[in-house]
Design a protein around this ligand. Structure first.
Ligand SMILES: NC(=O)N[C@@H](CC(=O)O)C(=O)O
Ligand SMILES: [Zn+2]
Ligand SMILES: [Zn+2]
Length: 347
């Protein structure tokens, strides 16, 4: 039996498009989203309004003709970020947000913040101007267990930061724990949280049990099952604080499959089909649109996309590539481990 689902065009509030040959290879797979928050962790990172404008031009050039995607640029916060440049880039419509990476927390975060006192004036200027701070929420202290780094970050970094910067709008990116869900729920109107596709699907057993699976390794690392269930509950609840940020983060297979492999799951090609299945399994198909197409736009004070997409549930699974090519390299597409009966129609 076929069933159809029509949604406002979805947005992706956390996306890595990279640059060069990788950008050319992956951008078409996100072209059907309306808006996407483009992560600035290039090498070197996107730290100025001028760099963000130039990167936006490269992204537009990599998109197929007629693509819906409207890239929303983000500046990478460093110890030396200039508050005036941030506010000017925001007012000029070049950037939508600023990204906080604690130095060393994740892929290409070496230029991240080491001294929170130094960035405080920037955060205050952002609060004043209404610029959103997107946060990679993990402490980097090597003595903190990797599975605890998000919860410790909330208590020791995020909560103090928000208390000393009233009015700052914050998105907790890619939350992976029940503590993240609880903190976002209690946080008031200035706090939102993105949830990835893959963290709704896998727990840490998927990475480690019965053999190590590098393609499921990302940061923050997937946690135990109780946390995955808390994320599914939050995403499918309709609560406006939770919205889709795929964190689709392509790396070449050569970079993933080595003794010290990169963190990141590439979910752009099959995200909507996976999410429709997750929401169906939770009895919440009617709340998929809130998660993918309404809540994030509302947080960023933008109208929902005017047009719509259609997903059709068929008896035969949708086909998607297991790998794509980027230049001379391959990139493996996230395998949810179940068939995808929801087909995204061409629109
Ligand atoms: N999520 C990841 O595992 N990796 C991201 C960085 C990030 O979002 O932390 C990447 O850029 O590869
Ligand atoms: Zn991150
Ligand atoms: Zn990311």
């Amino acid at each position: 039996m076929t069933q159809t689902l029509t949604l406002r065009r979805p947005d992706d509030w956390h996306l890595h498009l990279r640059d060069g040959a990788m950008l050319a290879a992956v951008a078409p797979h996100s072209a059907g989203f309306g808006r996407a928050i483009i992560m600035p962790n290039l090498v070197p990172p996107v730290t100025t309004g001028a760099q963000a404008a130039a990167y936006r031009d490269r992204i537009r050039a990599a998109l197929p003709p007629g693509a819906a995607l409207d890239p929303q640029m983000v500046l990478y916060l460093t110890d030396t970020t200039d508050a005036a440049d941030v506010v000017a880039a925001f007012r000029d419509g070049i950037i939508r947000a600023v990204k906080l990476y604690p130095a060393g927390a994740t892929t290409n975060s070496a230029s991240g913040v080491t001294d929170f006192d130094r960035v405080q004036p920037v955060l205050e200027a952002m609060a004043e101007a209404g610029v959103t701070l997107c946060v990679h929420g993990e402490v980097t202290d090597p003595s903190v267990d990797i599975f605890d780094r998000e919860a410790v970050f909330i208590d020791t970094v995020l909560d103090p930061l928000r208390r000393r910067t009233p009015g700052l709008r914050v998105v907790m990116e890619h939350i992976t724990t029940s503590q993240g869900v609880d903190y976002a729920r209690a946080g008031g109107d200035n706090l939102g949280a993105t949830i990835t596709t893959h963290h709704l699907v896998i727990n840490r057993n998927a990475i480690l049990a019965g053999g190590i699976r590098p393609h499921y390794y990302c940061l923050p690392v997937a946690k135990r099952e109780s946390h995955r269930l808390a994320l599914r509950e939050a995403a499918t609840s309709g609560d406006a604080r939770f919205f889709l940020g795929t964190d689709s983060a392509p790396h070449t297979d050569a970079a993933k499959l080595q003794p010290c492999g990169c963190a990141g799951c590439f979910t752009a090609p099959n995200t909507m089909s996976i999410l429709a299945q997750v929401f169906e399994d939770e009895g919440a198909v009617d709340r998929l649109e809130a998660f993918t197409s309404l809540n994030g736009a509302a947080f960023y004070r933008m109208a929902p996309n005017a047009d719509r997409i259609t997903l059709t549930r068929r008896d035969t699974p949708a086909e998607y590539p297991t790998q794509i090519t980027a230049g001379a390299e391959t990139v493996t597409v996230f395998d949810p481990g179940f068939p995808l009966y929801w087909h995204l129609e061409d629109q």
